[in-house]
Design a protein around this ligand. Structure first.
Ligand code: AMP
Length: 307
């Protein structure tokens, strides 16, 4: 089995109350691949970069078991660029600049060997591109997860609604759930979105954790209270990578197992925010991941005698 990941591989420039970076390597797919690599050694990437993208970053992905056969490198073109500035609460941010560059005319080509991947992670990208990847699969994957953001809702809502029809799990943040549904209550928003295609929806609430909804059930996972948060960029993508990576590893897509996957996703997100960009995800080891999972278990377990 394997995970097929599509999403941006990008340059980011980030500003937080703790500092500022020039162009660094980022992108939704980069974070997803790095986070998944702690759970599965079969990660297939479909994306696009320009000639300006460093080969060292591509080598770094290869060293994390990412198969880059589906990564197009466009001669004479520039890599997708995003720049954002976080507010003092670190939960909200303004996008300062989005330069689509190579994404503008991106036609994703899924290599033959990738077409039977059983887990498909449609990371944040143009909804029409996400759909094109899904349509190239030999048969419907065991699980299709889609992540998106307000940028695509603002500009390509119809395409997004089309893509959602074939999705099993949608991951979005609270504001995006409100925008997509037109409902303020997250419970009402989830109910409405669950009539549009997805069987499950995960609503991410930054430092306030994440909610997993099915039609009948709901599960809440906290975020780990951290002493230092340097850069929330990629938290959502690291979450998605941990979530789908764990499901691929365990091959169990029941609601009960998705609860565990949400905890693994939250653990990967908690690492990601501790340093700028993808740095922390490239430094940690399996032992640290296991220790962090234990901290999550301790955080939420308690004894109770109801009598
Ligand atoms: P997150 O903080 O989880 O929303 O992810 C941030 C990452 O998403 C950054 O590394 C950006 O390069 C990437 N990104 C920003 N805007 C977009 C967009 N409109 N579509 C796809 N990826 C984006």
């Amino acid at each position: 089995m394997s995970v097929l990941v599509v999403g941006t591989v990008a340059f980011d420039a980030i500003e937080t109350p703790f500092g500022k970076t020039d162009k660094i390597v980022g992108g939704a797919a980069t974070y997803i691949c790095l986070a998944s690599s702690f759970f599965t050694k079969k990660i297939n990437l479909v994306s696009v970069v320009g000639e300006d993208f460093p080969t060292t970053a591509i080598e770094m992905l290869k060293s994390k078991s990412v198969d880059i056969k589906g990564l197009q490198i466009k001669k004479g073109e520039k890599t997708f660029f995003w720049s954002g500035k976080y507010h003092n609460n670190m939960n909200t941010r303004d996008t300062l600049d989005t330069q689509l560059n190579v994404l503008e005319n991106f036609n994703p080509i899924v290599p033959e060997e990738f077409k039977e991947s059983e887990f498909l992670m449609l990371g944040n990208l143009m909804p029409s591109v996400q759909k094109k990847v899904l349509d190239q699969m030999k048969e419907k994957p065991k699980l299709v997860v889609l992540d998106t953001m307000n940028f695509w809702m603002d500009n390509f809502m119809d395409d997004l609604k089309k893509a959602l029809k074939d999705v099993d799990v949608l991951t979005i943040n609270d504001e995006e759930a409100r925008q997509l549904s037109g409902e303020y209550s997250l419970v009402k928003a989830a109910k409405k979105i669950l009539t549009k295609g997805p069987k499950y929806i995960i609503i991410k609430k930054g430092e306030h954790g994440a909610l997993l909804f099915s039609k009948e059930k709901v599960f809440f996972a906290p975020a780990l209270p951290l002493e230092e948060v340097f850069d929330p960029t990629g938290a959502g993508d690291s979450f998605a990578g941990g979530f789908i990576g764990y499901l691929e590893k365990t091959k169990d897509i029941s609601f009960e197992n998705m609860k565990r996957a949400v905890i693994y996703g939250s653990a990967m997100a908690s690492f990601s925010v501790e340093k700028f960009g993808t740095k922390k995800l490239t430094e940690i080891n399996q032992k640290q991941v296991n220790e962090r999972i234990k901290r999550f278990v301790n955080l939420v377990s308690f004894d109770l005698d109801l009598k």
